[in-house]
Design a protein around this ligand. Structure first.
Ligand SMILES: CC(C)(COP(=O)(O)OP(=O)(O)OC[C@H]1O[C@@H](n2cnc3c(N)ncnc32)[C@H](O)[C@@H]1OP(=O)(O)O)[C@@H](O)C(=O)NCCC(=O)NCCS
Length: 261
């Protein structure tokens, strides 16, 4: 049973060797002869071992699958969980430090550079790793976290941290990842707030409140002195007297809209 799965995994790995080599030669200008690619590309070696491990995993041999995955990690510096689903044409260039989580799904002809994590956020169970569309490029050191979707043809810039879906045919850079190119067009950055004259001024606001409160208290004292009971006394001063004075003070001191500081 285990042996049968192993043989089937090796067959599966061997069947894709020539297209894997082709992918490396197409996408790495440094790739020269066939022998060099076969011997010196850890990304390819990790992929071949993953195909064997994945076949075992799918047949329920989880421990042997993990052992192959760990041996591959030891040999190549690339850790691919045997549960990850990987389409044809994946090219992992350099590879050291790449981590691909259990529920990751990778489409066709994807390119991944060293130090990339396709991981979970640590909170979810079930599907918790990214789904990467066809022809996506994930730049060196990028982290794509959680069950996000990277649309086909997208580019994830080196060092980006992506925690939200990425539209197809777009470029995402930075932390948190933001779209800078969509369908070949630059996406303008959010406009910076350059209204420096309208900055909030907490001191001025506090002064305004104090002046208003003072006016209210003065009004109350006046009302008490005059023996008035409140609004509507026909003999009292106009109700806005003190309020008008407050407004004058605030205006003279220039306390409105932060102008005082
Ligand atoms: C993102 C990348 C794919 C370029 O994609 P692109 O669609 O051609 O985008 P552009 O080069 O036109 O850049 C668009 C904007 O993003 C910025 N940008 C590009 N890559 C960036 C990155 N990794 N981090 C932050 N900003 C980046 C550019 O400066 C530009 O900003 P601007 O509009 O203010 O000038 C490329 O820069 C990258 O990071 N590739 C990874 C390559 C890699 O990992 N190589 C390893 C070899 S060992």
């Amino acid at each position: 049973m285990l042996l049968g799965s192993l043989v089937s995994g090796v067959r599966h790995a061997l069947s894709a060797v020539s297209s894997d080599v082709e992918a490396a030669r197409e996408r790495d200008p440094a790739a020269r002869g066939l022998t060099e690619v076969l011997l010196c590309y850890p990304g390819l070696h990790a992929l071949w071992m993953h195909r064997v491990a994945h076949t075992l995993y799918c047949h329920g041999h989880h421990l042997p699958a993990r052992l192959i995955s760990q041996a591959s990690r030891f040999a190549t510096g690339i850790e691919i969980h045997p549960g990850a689903t990987i389409g044809p044409g994946l090219f992992i260039d350099h590879g050291m430090g790449v981590v691909i989580g259990e529920t990751t799904e990778i489409g066709d002809d994807v390119t991944i550079y060293q130090g990339v994590t396709l991981g979970g956020t640590g909170k979810e169970t079930g599907k918790r790793h990214p789904t990467v569309g066809d022809r996506v490029i994930v730049g060196t050191g990028a982290r794509v976290l959680g069950p996000v979707e990277i649309g086909e043809g997208a580019k994830v810039g080196a060092g980006a941290i992506v925690i939200r879906d990425v539209p197809p045919n777009s470029t995402v850079v930075g932390n948190p990842g933001r779209t800078v190119v969509l369908d070949g067009q630059r996406v303008p950055a959010a406009r910076p707030d350059i209204e420096h004259t309208r900055l909030p001024d907490p001191m001025a606001e506090a002064m305004v409140r104090l002046v208003r409160r003072l006016g209210e208290l003065e009004q109350e004292v006046d009302d008490l002195r005059a023996g008035r009971t409140g609004d509507g006394d026909p003999d009292g001063p106009p109700a806005r007297t003190h309020a008008s004075v407050q407004d004058d003070i605030i205006s003279i001191l220039g306390l409105n809209a932060g102008a005082g500081i």
